[in-house]
Ligand binder design. Structure first.
Ligand SMILES: Nc1nc2c(c(=O)[nH]1)N[C@H]1C(S)=C(S)[C@@H](COP(=O)(O)O)O[C@H]1N2
Ligand SMILES: [Mo]
Length: 422
């Protein structure tokens, strides 16, 4: 008699185990998706932390979009300039893997839906704590995937900075994820060992996943896995090309910057056009000057003055946080160390504050580290592929640094201040 236990009777519909009919749900299927997500999430987390380090948030408030991060930046290190394709690979993996895991995440959630409706909702304090951690886990995963994918699709709909949201969201998510793995890894490994045969719905392993009254199967469990795998592969095939650049870019059907970036030496992806960030022709016309400051000195150069300095070359890609990158481009321009030498800071050039003519916006300026400045491939570029920079690629002069995120390659540069920024 229910009345004796003092408990309300279970509501109907999805709260009854019999409501869930799919014969596919079971510990083995859930464990397969779970293990894939365990490896995938680990790689996403590590590459995400690397991406954050690449922004060099500790170098200057100019670079930092998360001023309240506190000890969450405990692991930060100086981002290297070699190999020069470093950020291209770490961020390409981060974005491509994030997209590819979407079908696996959805399948995993589908496989455990009956548990969401478990009744009674709270059986013990420990179970209540676990359900709360699942809320953070599922909510965190949804939030990280949604913000990440919206950002790669250039849909900046967030109430605040993408970096801040995605960064704090990642820590919340990974905390809940670690708790979940600690609770469930043993069970998942046992389920994998036991193989795809369904356990008895009443057994402990069935754990509310196996339908007590399954409908007739319309697809095998392996077939369902195959479908999810095919979905992931299809997403991979239409995403990865945007990080490969060159010819492969044509396969990047989901890339927001298009498959055909135009022709000629300046025919590669443009993040923001000059017009879209309010660069006026007069900003970059004959009145344009490059101001180099440092060690209490200042030198102003005209465009011809800049061209008169020794020109050097570097073969470097642009690799954006959004996951796309260009093939290596032939840049030429003046070494940052040669510009530091103009104010007497040659061989041991310190960090530099780079400012563009752009008014406002978080991409208008950046601080580069001393080791980035001192790399011989770090240029204030004036040409690409033998041609003068186009307006949209940063004419009259832009920074190009090996291994750095695209956002550190400031376009339309007008001022370089070497040394600690006040
Ligand atoms: N001044 C300025 N520089 C900028 C940007 C910007 O918006 N303003 N965008 C940055 C970003 S996010 C990237 S990925 C690269 C892209 O360079 P590209 O448009 O020449 O490919 O430029 C960087 N330099
Ligand atoms: Mo970017």
């Amino acid at each position: 008699m229910r009345a004796k236990t003092g408990r309300a009777p279970a509501p109907g519909g999805p709260f009854r185990p019999e409501f869930w009919r799919s014969p596919l749900r079971g510990p083995w299927l859930t464990a397969v998706f779970g293990i894939v997500l365990l490896f995938g999430t680990t790689i996403l987390f590590v590459t995400g932390l690397l991406s954050y380090a690449a922004y060099e948030p500790d170098l200057s408030p100019v670079n930092d979009q998360t001023p309240g991060k506190g000890w969450l930046g405990f692991y930060l290190f100086s981002w290297p300039t070699s190999p020069y394709w470093l950020y291209r690979v770490t961020q390409g993996v981060h974005v491509t893997l994030g997209v590819v895991l979407v079908p696996v995440l959805l399948a995993k959630l589908w496989s455990v839906i009956p548990k969401l409706f478990a009744w009674p909702p709270v059986r013990s304090p420990a179970q209540a704590a676990e359900r709360l951690s699942l809320l953070l886990l599922v909510g965190g995963a949804g939030f990280e995937f949604a913000t990440g994918i919206l950002n790669t699709q250039l849909k900046y709909v967030f109430p605040g900075s993408f970096y801040t949201l995605h960064f704090y969201g990642a820590w919340v998510f990974i905390g809940a994820f670690a708790v979940h793995v600690a609770f469930r890894l043993g069970r998942a490994v046992r389920a994998l060992r036991a193989g795809p045969r369904q356990p008895d719905p009443d057994s402990e392993e069935a754990a509310g996943l196996v339908a007590p009254r399954p409908a007739a199967p319309t697809i095998s469990r392996r077939g369902a896995l195959g479908m999810v795998g095919l979905g992931s592969f299809a997403l991979f095939a239409v995403t990865a090309g945007q990080s490969a650049g060159g010819w492969f870019r044509r396969t990047a059907l989901l890339a927001p910057h298009g498959q055909e970036p135009g022709s000629g030496p300046n025919g590669f992806q443009i993040n923001k056009t000059a017009a879209s960030v309010g660069i006026r022709p007069s900003d970059t016309g004959p009145a344009w000057r490059l101001t180099v400051r440092g060690a209490g000195r200042q030198v102003d150069l005209t465009y011809d003055g800049l061209l008169g300095l020794p020109q050097n070359e570097a073969l470097l890609p642009i690799a954006c946080v959004e996951g796309w990158s260009t093939a290596d481009q032939h840049w030429s321009g003046v070494r940052l160390t040669d510009l530091a030498a103009l104010v007497g800071l040659g061989a041991h050039a310190p960090q530099v504050l780079v400012e563009s003519v752009q008014r406002g916006g978080s991409f208008a300026s950046v601080v580069l580290s001393g080791s980035q400045v001192r790399d011989a491939r770090s240029l204030l570029a004036v040409r690409v592929g033998g041609a003068v920079l186009s307006r949209d690629h940063g004419y009259p002069a832009r920074v190009i640094v090996p291994g750095a995120p695209g956002v550190h390659n400031t376009k339309w540069v007008t001022r370089l201040t070497f040394g600690e920024t006040p």
